[in-house]
Design a protein around this ligand. Structure first.
Ligand code: HEC
Length: 185
């Protein structure tokens, strides 16, 4: 004979009801996870362009456009000099962009002395400067102002045309004094 044991899985038992509800919820969320929560939307190629801004030392990633230091002076004086100084000498709390040397004591880590590739100046300025409005410069303005920063170091002439072909060929003064450890495993 079958007797009904107290505490068996009866739907009248509140604990059984709770257990069934919880396992139902878990099952539901597993199904939802498999389908995705349905939030956001896929990024388009055009939107990705605004983020995919990496410029490599060999020039990969440099956009179209060009600029000279002569053109870049106006951009620099309007958008950079207030913080970095008229000659790139820096101001309180803002690093100098020009001058100094790695052989000085203490060594001066300006872009001209410490950065082995000119492409880094372009890359960094395009994505990060000016700090209050990053990515606000046009590609042409970035070429112009990069040429100007290089000119402040005496690395290029005022009329040197910086573009995707000439920029990777610019020799930085300390380029030979770095150890490339990018391949270290
Ligand atoms: C509001 C002040 C401000 C303005 C305007 C500004 N910068 Fe900067 N810049 C900074 C600060 C602060 C840093 C240091 C950021 C850090 O180390 O994280 C910096 C860093 C840099 C560096 C890296 C220097 C190094 O050796 O590490 C470069 C290159 C640079 N800025 C270029 C520019 C250019 C070009 C412009 C104009 C388009 C500009 N900045 C406008 C404040 C400013």
């Amino acid at each position: 004979m079958f007797t009904h044991k107290p505490g068996s899985r009866s739907l009248k038992n509140p604990r059984t009801l709770l257990a069934l509800t919880v396992s139902g919820l878990l099952l539901g969320s597993a199904v939802m996870a498999a389908e995705g929560p349905g939030l956001g939307k896929p990024i388009t190629e055009a939107q990705l362009q605004g983020w995919d801004l990496i410029v490599a030392p060999d020039g990969t990633g440099l956009p179209e456009g060009s600029g000279t230091a002569a053109q870049g002076q106006a951009v620099y004086e309007q958008k950079c000099a207030a913080c970095h100084g008229m000659q790139g000498e820096g101001t309180a709390g803002v690093p100098a962009l020009a001058g100094g040397s790695l052989t000085a004591t203490p060594p001066v880590m300006t872009a001209g002395s410490y950065w082995p590739h000119a492409s880094t100046i372009f890359d960094y300025v395009r994505r990060a400067m000016p700090p209050l409005a990053p990515k606000s410069l046009t590609d042409t303005e970035v070429y112009e102002v990069t040429a100007y920063v290089l000119h402040l170091h005496g690395i290029v002439e005022r009329d040197f045309v910086l573009d995707s072909t000439s920029l990777p060929q610019v020799q930085m003064p300390n380029a030979g004094n770095f150890i490339d450890r990018s391949q270290v495993q």
